[in-house]
Design a protein around this ligand. Structure first.
Ligand SMILES: Nc1nc2c(c(=O)[nH]1)N[C@H]1C(S)=C(S)[C@@H](COP(=O)(O)O)O[C@H]1N2
Ligand SMILES: [Mo]
Length: 355
């Protein structure tokens, strides 16, 4: 992909019009209402008939399985609140801009996914000792980077066997809607969005690391075109604020009245729990610790935070926020550039006028 300057091309606009972000005011809800959660769909949304759909579990297993949706739903179920973020979130803020879905900061949402633990299914199928990875294949089909493909991603046996990994058939208490992967999707809490394969049709135990496009070409952090790069895996820490006051239609600049101004937001990291959020009202010269809410949605969902801003005078400000996790990861003020524009978790900046 050729990086671009400031003008957005029709190719990017066409992606932006299909793949919706979460309006930032939806940060008010601990669990994002369905329809406000972001969406990213590489190809077309398949129309799936649940009565003829089945899940195949095959490859290096002793007992290959074919399961109907009723079979999957009859298995033990769990519900987990998961903050999911697209690995391309922040891409449009990199300069020059990698040409793909031009996200600013809104490619995120938190949902309660209900499904059956993957590990028990793999145990039932009997993973053979020579299996090194599990490949998850969706029903959607397209061309990307010149390669015709079914959307597919893999996980190591260890990553696929973690307790929190489920095959989900419900979101926020309802059957998955078409755009979120009906009838079944993989949910891997803590990892960037691309891991969570939608419209799941096949789970294959393989003897070799998967070399499909979305694993070997896409979703790698490349410093330049010759770099083999590192795979994109877990979400880097990020805090976002629900922009205070009210917006200007075109610029989205916010307007607030003088006096104490409550600021609320949410923060997450796929590596470790959030331990600190700081806010700045002077473009990063001084930082103030925010108050962290109880993390009652659990380990894999974002954590609410709040801070009261008391601007000294009318005028223009930039509000920034920054998260840190228990593993010591912290958001940069400016992220390193990479070829495909992944994992740009630089601090959010919200222009505000006090009047
Ligand atoms: N089969 C399939 N699964 C997919 C995708 C896709 O295009 N096809 N997009 C991935 C990407 S890049 C992201 S960010 C998440 C988005 O999930 P959502 O649309 O439910 O928010 O789904 C992932 N799973
Ligand atoms: Mo994504």
């Amino acid at each position: 992909m050729e990086p671009r300057g400031p003008d957005i091309g029709v190719d990017e606009l066409q992606l932006a019009a299909r793949n919706s972000g979460m309006p930032l005011e939806a940060l008010d809800w601990p669990v994002t209402p369905l329809g406000l959660h972001y969406l990213l769909i590489h190809y077309d949304i398949p129309r799936v008939d649940a009565s003829t759909w089945s899940l195949e579990i095959d490859g290096l297993v002793d007992r290959p399985l074919t399961l109907s949706l009723d079979d999957v739903r009859a298995r033990p179920s769990e519900t987990v609140a998961v903050t999911m973020e697209c690995a391309g979130n922040g891409r449009a803020r990199l300069e020059p801009r990698p040409v793909s879905q031009p996200w600013l900061v809104e490619a995120v949402g938190t949902a309660e996914w209900t499904g059956t633990p993957l590990r028990a299914l793999l145990e039932e199928a009997g993973l053979r000792d020579d299996a090194v990875e599990i490949v998850f294949t969706g029903l959607d089909h397209g061309v990307e980077g010149g390669v015709e493909q079914d959307y597919a991603r893999s996980l190591s046996i260890a990553a696929a066997s973690r307790d929190e990994v489920i095959l989900a058939y419900e979101v926020n208490g309802e059957p998955l809607p078409p755009q979120h992967g009906f009838p079944l999707r993989l949910v891997v809490p803590g990892w960037y969005g691309m891991t969570n394969v939608k419209w799941l049709a096949r789970i294959t135990a393989a003897a070799e690391p998967f070399s499909g496009y979305q694993q070997a070409e896409g979703y790698r952090m490349l410093r330049n075109a010759d770099d083999a790069g590192e795979p994109v895996t877990r979400m880097a820490p990020r805090a976002l604020m629900a922009p205070p006051g009210f917006p200007d239609f075109m610029t989205r600049r916010r307007f607030v009245a003088r006096g104490p101004c409550p600021i609320r937001g949410r923060a997450w990291s796929g590596h470790a729990p959030i331990t600190q959020v700081d806010v700045s009202a002077d473009g990063g010269r001084s930082w103030h610790p925010a108050f962290l809410d109880d993390d009652d949605l659990g380990r894999y969902a974002w954590r609410g935070w709040s801070w009261t801003w008391e601007p000294d005078a009318s005028g223009d400000y930039e509000l920034w926020c920054r998260a840190r996790d228990a593993a010591g990861n912290e958001q940069p003020e400016i992220a390193d550039w990479n070829v495909k524009g992944y994992a740009n978790n630089e601090v959010q900046s919200v222009p505000v006028t006090v009047r």
